[in-house]
Design a protein around this ligand. Structure first.
Ligand code: AMP
Length: 321
């Protein structure tokens, strides 16, 4: 996760919730991708470390366990840079230029100059991040599958020149609910349409009140559409009381409930889901040094693994002195 803003409900639905589940089945590595943040945010680096600490506070508050999983910071494991460099020697640049997200992102972020070597190389840096830990699986959404394919091609090319060192990683495809934001575009920190995990109950209530809903429903007695309606997508994702959700849907379709009630119920459900996260967050922020300690400790554990891989890589490349 790149430390470029606060964690929001989209992160919880699309990534973090799944990360928590994976801990019971796998030996997991989760990291703050601060160098990846620099690939597009190189001119604005001031908030990175604060966001890193803030984000990891949320990770732990939602249930990531620093004892069970390795939580670390990419730039605290400089072996990632060495591996990236060695891989960059064997990767033809057209492989990077044809990654679909490359041209897409350049077009989308037209206000930023992304004609940098760092931005072109970022899927390769991602590859180094993955193979460093001999990862068998990477939990990704469909949009990241081409990056993983590139990683596998790079591993095969490395093995064609040198000894076999790496595992070829497979995607662990996560069903990726693209959670809409308050305005029905994708929830994103850059659209100012997010409900943050750290928002208090009143802020959540106010945000839900201004949520986009079925626009043709100017009165409560007009039958409404549930499918694709973000308010109901949130109910489905976060309201544990399924009977309540079904009842609201039925009355909405029949024009027998006002948007105010649907939204008030949603705000209550969201706050109920966020309350335990808030509680843990509060405990964690009471001891701000704790998160830094967790990250330093996790990074030194990650570094032990990284050193083992780098030793094998140097030997394979015949850079052993
Ligand atoms: P970002 O903060 O936009 O770089 O997103 C980091 C990761 O969080 C993405 O790769 C997704 O896994 C997830 N994510 C972010 N926003 C959403 C969203 N609105 N819905 C679902 N998943 C999301």
């Amino acid at each position: 996760m790149r430390p470029t803003g606060k964690m929001h409900l989209g992160h919880l639905a699309g990534a973090l919730g799944n990360w928590v589940e994976l801990q019971s089945k796998y030996d997991c590595f989760y990291f703050v991708a601060d160098w990846h943040a620099l690939t597009s945010e190189y001119s604005n680096t001031e908030g990175l470390t604060d966001y890193a600490v803030d984000n990891v506070t949320d990770w732990i508050a939602v249930g990531l366990d620093p004892e069970r999983s390795t939580l670390f910071v990419q730039s605290l494991v400089p072996e990632h840079a060495e591996l990236y460099l060695l891989l960059s020697m064997i990767v033809p640049t057209p492989w990077l230029e044809r990654v679909p997200s490359y041209k897409e992102q350049i077009a989308q972020l037209a206000e930023k100059d992304l004609s940098t070597l760092g931005f072109l190389g970022y899927p390769l840096l991602q590859g180094a991040d993955i193979v460093m830990y001999q990862a068998h699986y990477v939990p990704v959404g469909e949009d990241q599958v081409p990056h993983l394919e590139l990683t596998r091609e790079v591993v095969r090319r490395f093995h064609s020149f040198y000894d076999e060192v790496f595992v070829e990683p497979q995607p662990l495809l996560t069903y990726f609910p693209r959670l809409p934001g308050l305005d029905n575009r994708k929830m994103s920190k850059s659209y100012n349409n997010a409900i943050d995990l750290s928002d208090d109950a009143e802020t959540v209530r106010k945000k839900v009140k201004r949520m986009y809903t079925d626009p043709k429903r100017v009165r409560a007695d007009i039958p409404g559409t549930v499918e694709g309606n973000p308010v109901f997508m949130y109910h489905d994702a976060f309201n544990r009381d399924t009977a309540e959700v079904e009842d609201l849907k039925a009355r909405y379709r029949a024009g027998k409930v006002g948007d105010v009630e649907v939204k008030e119920t949603l705000a209550r459900a969201l706050n109920a889901a966020l309350d335990p996260i808030r509680e843990r967050r509060l405990e964690l922020t009471a001891k701000p040094e704790r998160i830094r300690e967790i990250l330093l400790d996790g990074s030194s554990r990650a570094r032990e693994e990284a050193k083992l891989t780098i030793a094998k890589v140097r030997e394979a490349v015949r850079l052993k002195y």
